[in-house]
Design a protein around this ligand. Structure first.
Ligand code: ATP
Length: 133
């Protein structure tokens, strides 16, 4: 079966770089899968799990926004942060979720509300990926 190189990169580190069979991502207009030899394009991503299929196994990665770029030679996901399931600290994500909840309840301006919403989405994404089997 043909494969392609998938890289997941953040400003801090390379989170993932392997040959895979397929990757499924959540773009602004919804989920879609990328197979080998896809035509080149770039599109923004939502805060959502990226699902990788490789050797009949699935891996979930918490990707927190960013972009996917399909190139001729590889697919690159560039995000502010991204964590593999084993790297996610569940307690930290739960604490971040609780903080975000408090901030969403508090009276505040639109900017802080939006920040709290994004923080909540990142925390939920990490919790969902960590708990996925
Ligand atoms: P927190 O409030 O817990 O810092 P955050 O959503 O503000 O969460 P980010 O700014 O998205 O955190 O990420 C900062 C760094 O911390 C990144 O390197 C990210 O991978 C890492 N990180 C954040 N939360 C977790 C977590 N629950 N488990 C593992 N790494 C995490």
């Amino acid at each position: 079966m043909s494969t392609f190189l998938l890289e997941i990169v953040t400003p801090e580190r390379k989170v993932y770089a392997q040959d895979v069979d397929m990757v499924s991502v959540k773009g602004i207009e919804g989920e879609f899968g990328i197979l080998p030899n896809h035509i080149p394009f770039v599109t923004p991503l939502q805060i959502a799990p990226v699902v990788i299929k490789k050797d009949r196994q699935e891996e979930y990665i918490a990707v927190n926004g960013g972009f996917v770029e399909v190139r001729k030679d590889k697919v690159v996901i560039l995000a502010e942060s991204a964590e593999r399931q084993t790297d996610i600290d569940l307690d930290r994500a739960m604490a971040a979720k609780n903080r975000a909840e408090q901030r969403l309840k508090a009276k505040q301006d639109e900017f802080d509300f939006r920040r709290a919403e994004l923080s909540m989405q990142r925390a939920m994404n990490r919790i969902n990926v960590k708990k996925h089997r």
